[in-house]
Design a protein around this ligand. Structure first.
Ligand code: ZN
Length: 306
């Protein structure tokens, strides 16, 4: 690769235009159809060996195949924006009401398309290069949807490269980390079912109040919010409600929403087991029944030492 050629002012300003056009398109997770069409339009100009579209929804994989055995390398970007109203007034502001690129995926799209241009101009002499554009990164479901799609079966990379912009560091600096780069995250909704009673006779009902209080304390004890620890685990309460604003009624129902983080999937499973045990024991002690639902599951993203 001739870096002087590849990173000319013209190359960079063209990529800026590409980024701005994605910025204006801003689409929510799972409905990134215009952005995907734009990606395909840009890729077609580069004559890749193959383009696989509609993978796991709106996902796309472009392949530059040397036809010779060798390492297969994949570069990834995301297609989706966030449900945030754009307040910027520049010409390329979001055209979608209530939706804008606040996570910078427009930039990731432009850089991976720039990578595609470099690959197209310097076709691999062995192995393959894949460029992947995934839907629904914000909801955590898009990557898995692509992996689960039979259309993805032929995509077998040996190495995967992805990046995310991080505010707060100097421009142009690349931050790398050994092992986990992003925590494993998931959230739980716990529903407590008891029995309402007259507020004058709480002993005749079954209130979730003490179980909720007890569980909040127990969960705090299960956390060690020390990010330098390999077994880092944190349980964060995010929402709770109980009963009604009716002063004559003792609560018979409650909900507790928490979100949990660990560095590794192994630690995540161990934390889930600990929480499940605590929920079972505490609800039993307070004669409540319960339901749990896990939502917004994001698997930990880590680097291989290699
Ligand atoms: Zn993002």
């Amino acid at each position: 690769i001739n870096p002087t050629m590849q990173f000319s002012n013209q190359f960079c300003s063209e990529l800026t235009q590409v980024r701005r056009s994605f910025h204006a398109l801003a689409e929510m997770s799972k409905v990134e159809t215009k952005s995907a069409a734009k990606v395909i339009e840009e890729l077609l100009k580069l004559s890749p060996t193959n383009i696989i579209a509609n993978v796991g929804g709106t996902g796309i994989v472009a392949e530059f195949d040397s036809g010779v055995a060798g390492p297969k390398v994949l570069f990834r970007a995301e297609l989706d924006a966030l449900p945030i109203q754009e307040i910027n007034t520049f010409a390329h502001r979001s055209c979608t009401d209530g939706v804008s690129h606040k996570c910078g995926h427009d930039g990731h799209l432009a850089t991976v398309l720039g990578t595609a241009q470099i690959v197209a101009a310097n076709r691999p002499k062995k192995g393959k290069v894949y460029l992947l554009f995934q839907p629904a990164e914000e909801t955590g479901s898009g990557a898995q949807a692509m992996l689960d799609d039979p259309l993805f079966a032929s995509v077998q990379p040996d190495y995967v490269f992805a990046y995310h912009n991080v505010p707060g560091y100097p421009l142009g600096q690349v931050i790398l980390r050994k092992g986990a780069m992003n925590a494993s995250v998931r959230s739980i909704i716990i529903k407590f079912f008891g029995k309402t009673s007259h507020a004058a006779e709480p002993e005749c009902g079954i209130s979730p109040a003490l179980a909720i209080a007890q569980l909040l304390t127990t969960f705090d004890g299960l956390s060690n919010n020390t990010k330098t620890r390999k077994d880092f685990r944190v349980i964060t309460p995010v929402h709770m409600n109980m009963g009604e604003v009716a002063y004559g009624v003792a609560a018979g129902y409650g909900e507790l929403h928490l979100t949990i983080r660990t560095w590794t999937e192994e630690e995540m499973l161990s934390l889930i087991a600990d929480m499940t045990k605590a929920i079972e024991e505490t609800t039993a002690a307070h004669k409540l029944t319960y339901e749990t639902e896990w939502v917004e599951i994001f698997v930990s993203c880590g680097n291989k030492d290699e």
